[in-house]
Design a protein around this ligand. Sequence first.
Ligand code: C5P
Length: 235
Amino acid sequence: MSRLDDARDRMIVALDVADTQKATALVSQLGDSVSFYKIGMELVYGGGLDFARDLAASGKKVFLDLKLHDIPNTVKKAAAQVSRLGMTYLTVHAFPQTMKAALEGTQGTGTKILGVTVMTSYDDSDLATAGYAMGVKDLVARRAQQAKEIGIGGLILSAEEVTAMRALIGSSLDLVTPGIRPAGAAVGDQKRVMTPGEAIKAGATRLVIGRPITDAQDPKAAADAVAQEIAAALG
Ligand code: C5P
């Protein structure tokens, strides 16, 4: 794989749109510049599951961001169904039972499980209100250790957590980070952002980038610029 192809493989474009017409238009506009897409609940519940399967069948990698959490039997069977759709990543909440069940359901398939440690919308007081004795930092570390012990594929976490997490869990897990903004891009509702190069240098395996590419005047050029920046950071 050339360095630029490797860079493109590390850039996951978030298809945060409500319907498959918009998603189809974006994918065709982005063409060969993007090889990996994230599809979340909005598009899936808007009829996007077949779209996700077809996108994977067309040769793109697809990250299905469904954040599963249910009893183990249900999670195992749901994760197995997702693997049959040809998905590369599937998210689950990083509870030990849930991670183990999802791993069982996808064992021997091409689908990797990513754990969501603590939602970034939660702070220490939200956790206390929800009945947790730990603050965010400690709970993230605990769940990351459990994810490693259970052997899931990786974690999704904010870019600012990447350095500490790499030190804590080593190189075995994929660390996938949103909150990425190329220099000069609008920050929007993201509170803490990193550039693509910074996040890769901090130890991120892959980056999730939405609006800086999908809302750009020329999305393909924006994607190419991000890939070039990642390639430079990999160099
Ligand atoms: O448009 P933007 O680049 O901010 O999109 C980032 C993507 O990553 C969105 O799909 C968003 O839901 C997701 N995400 C995030 N922050 C988290 C978890 C997920 O931005 N903590």
